[in-house]
Ligand binder design. Structure first.
Ligand code: NDP
Length: 450
């Protein structure tokens, strides 16, 4: 069955693709399996050189990749350029990491024990539509660096950048079969990858609901899994914070990528003593977010990814919000920046909206802030705004989340581990930590006795 890919800003078709089914998924796994012995045998320096060449090709084709991503996801072109820049950095980083992820020798009686990092084999990578190329690279970089071969399944809605990346992989000289891109439905080809006996691991990013199915499906073959799932992160503003800075930054921590971001700080917790003042500043800052044509250099927020998703997002807003922004008229899956006052028990504060809707919630003191921040099944990210360094550390240590920032709203860096606590998943992407998820530790004892 053909798949029609749309531009969410215009609702116009931009590509027609053949969709893979179970047979094609099996063929992709077979190609990856056949390519594995030769790929794992490539000398580390040569594997590094190939990854570096891929990074260079991403840089050379950056504008084209950014435009593909912007048209297919509805992302502002400026943001898409930044994301493609990160993709190149990711491949540079893992090119450098190939020969720096090594084993150890361990003192034991009667000989020497050594550990080796071995690749897993064929890995299945299932990625979502919100950051298609970025998240693909976070999984591809460490997979390839460790010597695995890959079947990558992009989301049905946004397969175009992964397909172009697949061409660049071959142009870089990475052999045929090492990276296989599979366009098809999650419930068909994704499910097949999860259950396939020749797939050693699944690296998944997406909803907690599907993450649960990945774990269940993987149990049949005891597959390794890395799960990067949803979030409901808190942006905690204490009364001693630089309120102007915190308020100016807050809209971009939830409305970036139109809120379709697992790290979105969609619960803004504000100390009651500064609540009114902060809310005033926040509304002003949100009014300044430039929403419109993603191809316009000045645009800061584009449309949502699909009509169905817009319906879901809209269902979270009941009653009159404290602020609702403007959106362009005409076609496109637009949804305005929206601020609602809420309690932490409201649906908008409990569930992942994945759209430009932020819940503003008051708290009393430090203990209350920590309690509310942790009162969620998720634990991915979050921010703490205060001028008190000791408090920042106390709150950071007490917060049940994998990636935190103090007086900033950033979650993702190429060099640092990224991943969740609780139902936001487990395993870490990025940095040297990601390599642990794409390799096994083998211990070998060598006797030194006569
Ligand atoms: P999904 O979790 O459904 O999709 C993520 C990926 O998983 C896609 O490639 C999808 O394929 C695939 N998939 C879907 N069903 C299966 C399955 N049964 N077996 C294997 N793979 C599967 O997310 P949605 O796109 O539907 O978004 C729904 C919600 O999930 C969002 O509103 C948001 O709350 C959350 N989400 C979180 C993300 C994050 O970054 N943590 C990213 C995206 C969504 P396909 O789309 O091709 O069917």
């Amino acid at each position: 069955m053909a798949l029609t890919v749309l531009n969410p800003a215009t609702e116009e078709p931009i590509a027609e693709l053949e969709q893979a089914g179970v047979e094609e998924a099996d063929a992709a796994v077979a190609r990856a399996k056949a390519a594995y012995p030769a790929w794992r045998a490539v000398a580390p320096a040569d594997r590094a050189r190939l990854l570096r060449r891929l990074a260079a090709l991403v840089e050379e084709n950056a504008e084209e990749l950014a435009r593909i991503e912007s048209r297919n996801v509805g992302k502002p072109i400026s943001g898409a350029r930044g994301e493609v820049g990160m993709v190149a950095q990711v491949f540079h980083f893992y090119a450098g990491a190939v020969d720096k992820h090594f084993g150890e020798t361990i003192p034991v009686a009667g000989g020497v024990a050594a550990t080796f990092r071995e690749p897993l084999g064929v890995v299945g990578l299932i990625v979502p539509w919100n950051f298609p190329l970025n998240i693909s690279s976070w999984k591809l970089g460490p997979s390839l660096a460790c010597g695995n071969t890959v079947v990558l399944k992009p989301a049905e809605l946004t397969p175009l950048s992964a397909l172009r990346l697949g061409e660049l992989v071959l142009e870089a000289g990475i052999p045929e079969g090492v990276v296989n891109i599979l366009v098809g439905k999650g419930s068909v080809v994704g499910q097949r990858l999860i259950e396939h006996p020749d797939v050693a691991k699944v690296g998944f990013t997406g909803s907690t609901e599907v993450g649960r199915m990945v774990m269940q499906g993987a149990a049949g073959t005891i597959k390794r899994v890395t799960l990067e799932l949803g979030g409901k992160s808190a942006n905690v503003i204490f009364d001693d914070a630089d309120l102007e800075r915190a308020a100016a930054a807050a809209p971009y921590s939830v409305f970036d990528n139109a809120g379709q971001d697992c790290c979105a700080r969609s619960r803004i917790l504000v100390q009651r003593s500064v609540y009114d003042r902060f809310l005033e500043l926040l509304v002003e800052a949100t009014r300044g977010v430039k929403v419109g044509d993603p191809s316009d250099e000045a645009t800061e927020m584009g449309p949502l990814v699909s009509a169905a998703h817009r319906e879901t997002v809209a269902s979270f807003v009941e009653g009159e919000p404290v602020f609702r922004g403007a959106v362009p008229e005409g076609p496109g899956y637009w949804y305005p920046c929206t601020l609602v006052e809420a309690t932490n028990d409201d649906r908008v504060a409990r569930e992942e909206v994945f759209g430009p809707v932020a819940a503003v919630i008051p708290f009393e003191d430090e203990a209350d802030a920590i309690r509310l921040s942790n009162d969620t099944p998720y634990g991915l990210s979050g921010s703490i705004w205060t001028r008190d360094g000791a408090r920042a550390l106390r709150v950071a240590r007490a917060t049940e989340a994998g990636v935190l920032s103090v007086n900033a709203n950033t979650s993702v860096r190429v060099q640092t581990p990224f991943g969740g606590f609780k139902q936001s998943g487990f395993g870490r992407e990025l940095g040297m930590h990601a390599l642990d998820g794409y390799s096994e530790v083998k211990s070998v004892f060598i006797s030194t006795e006569g």
